[in-house]
Each structure stands twice: as C-alpha cells, then as structure tokens.
Design a protein around this ligand. Sequence first.
Ligand SMILES: Nc1ncnc2c1ncn2[C@@H]1O[C@H](COP(=O)(O)OP(=O)(O)OP(=O)(O)O)[C@@H](O)[C@H]1O
Length: 231
Amino acid sequence: MSEAVTPLVLSGVWRTFRSGDEVLDVLQGVDLALRAGEIVALVAPSGTGKSTLLHLAGLLESPDRGQVVVGGQDAGRLGDLERTAIRRRRIGFVYQFHHLLAEFTARENVILPQLIAGVPRADARARADSLLGAFGLGHRLEHLPGRLSGGEKQRVAIARALANRPGILLADEPTGNLDVHTADTVFDELLRMVRGEGVAALIATHNDALAARMDRVVTLREGRLVELARH
Ligand SMILES: Nc1ncnc2c1ncn2[C@@H]1O[C@H](COP(=O)(O)OP(=O)(O)OP(=O)(O)O)[C@@H](O)[C@H]1O
C-alpha cells in the first residue's frame, strides 16, 4: 500500500435496522477519513451506533447505502473471500472482552491469526514474542488465558490484533472491562504500541479522559459523524 492511500474512508454510510414495524436509521450518511497513523476517539452515548459503525468499518457488515474503502479498495465491489482477506491482513480488532481462545497459550493466541494469514510459523512466533514482550508479558508466553489477570488478557488481545501489522485498528471499549487503574495503564500501552507501529486507529470509548489522549475526537449525532476536538 502506498503512503498516499488513506487506510479507511467511509462516505455517506447508512445503516437501517428493521424489527417488525419499527425502522431504526442508526447511521444516516456517515463520512470519515482515517489517515495513516491517526488515532481517533469515537465518543457517543449508548445506543447511538458506535458498534454498528465499527462493524461496517471492519467489513463485518455492509452498509445499506454509501461506501467503505479500505486501503483504496471499495469493499462494496469485493466478493466475500476478498473481503475476508482484507479483514485479516489490514484490520485488527479489539473488543471490550478479550475473546482469547481459552485452550491456547498467550503466545499461541498471537501466533494463530498470523498462521491463518499465511505467515511462516517461525516468523509468527518471533512476532508474537516481540509484541508480548513489548507489553511486558515476556514471562507469560506459555500461560493459558485462565491464568492471566484481566489486564494481561486484554494486553494479549491487543497484541493479537496488531500481529499481522494491520493498517487499521478498530477497538470497541478496549479497556471498558478493567478497573480504573488497570484501564489507564493498558490504554497507555495500547496508544504507545499503536503509535509505534504507525497504525491508524478508531477507538470507541465512554471515557472522556482517554479520548482526550487521542489525535481527534468524533461523535455520532442523529446518525452522522461530528468532530468534537483535535489535539
Ligand atoms: N442487528 C440489529 N438489529 C436491530 N437493531 C440493532 C441491531 N444492531 C444494533 N441495533 C440497534 O441499533 C442501535 C445502535 O446500536 P449499537 O450497538 O451500534 O450502539 P452503541 O453506540 O455501540 O451502544 P453501546 O455504547 O451501548 O455499545 C441500538 O438502538 C440497537 O438496539
């Protein structure tokens, strides 16, 4: 991908949900350009469409109208296999809950998405060890998730999301399940790693203090994206 390509562009994105007679226009023409290396906070009240927006940006769902362009490629023009390939190579996801595979060690959890993307095992292992080491988990490589603390599990989940060197990281309340102090520390590490790797990130959070540490803060108002601050 050339430097000039914007990693993620959403143009006029609409998403409507229907249940029975009820029609809910959650997104009503969202425009967003996430530039290379930029970290954007998405702060909006519950139920306004943050997760919906992240699902569309991550190619997990398709908009009813509008375009989602990842690395210069219009996702609407791609078949399922191509979309999946782009999602695996170019996009990392972090959720509020870690979603680690319980029967695999921390290291294996970070290796697996790389093997799926075709990375040779030795390279995948080196990358996993390097990422987990950078998160201070060099002594936890062989631990199963059940033997890790909440903060450690979330660090492994972030390392896993970064494993394939994605251009884009999408995070939905990545520290929302941790106590205040741990959340603060893990969030610092997340930002440090994302900046170090030069990844563009869109991070949904309810926490204004965390949002203030990002490059830009946007919100959803009546289904559209509005910029609140630039730092
Ligand atoms: N698959 C679906 N079918 C019907 N309605 C849906 C569906 N997904 C989301 N919604 C509705 O769309 C609205 C936005 O949901 P979404 O999960 O995107 O909000 P959110 O801003 O992420 O909320 P929270 O901060 O509580 O996670 C909500 O009213 C929700 O009930």
